[in-house]
Design a protein around this ligand. Structure first.
Ligand code: DQA
Length: 147
């Protein structure tokens, strides 16, 4: 089973960026956590990009070559119809993750556009949200959960 994880703009700055919202752990710490989830049967490839076009290219690639996708589109979550369209078009199970609790922050963060292209949204659980997303996808792909 091949899973892709995409982190969008500014998530490469985890650790130093707004630690009250995102914690003190770094992007590399997150990569380490995800690597620890890999097994003989589950491979996870992680990408980070600050560019909308690159994120769309990756979603298209995931739809063609991967079994499932975890995405944190960062601020694009709140306004990118182009990323939403790419997600809707990708014929694999997808989970959107937010490290912070986007529903209880500024008003503009409650507008979840890209989430419309995902089966599930996990918000406010820190890095644990990515682990939960991977567990959800492996459950779906093993036929234990409905999309
Ligand atoms: C975020 C929430 C977004 O509103 C913000 O723009 C981010 C990170 C999160 O993980 O909590 O960049 O997606």
């Amino acid at each position: 089973m091949q899973l892709m994880v995409i982190n969008g703009p500014n998530l490469n700055k985890l650790g130093s960026r707004d630690p009250e919202q995102y914690g003190k752990a770094t992007y590399m710490d997150l990569m380490g956590m995800l690597e620890a989830k890999c097994t003989e049967r589950i491979s996870i490839r992680c990408f980070q990009s600050n560019s909308e076009g690159r994120i769309i290219d990756l979603i298209q690639q995931a739809g063609e070559e991967y079994d499932g996708l975890v995405i944190n589109p960062g601020a694009y979550s709140h306004y990118s119809y182009a990323i939403m369209d790419a997600l809707v078009d990708a014929p694999i199970p997808k989970v959107e993750v937010h490290i912070s609790d986007v529903l209880n922050r500024e008003d503009f963060r409650r507008n979840l556009i890209t989430a419309k292209g995902c089966e599930k949204v996990i918000s406010g659980k820190g890095f644990e949200g990515y682990i939960e997303a991977i567990d959800y996808l492996t459950g779906v792909l093993n036929g234990n959960q409905c999309v």
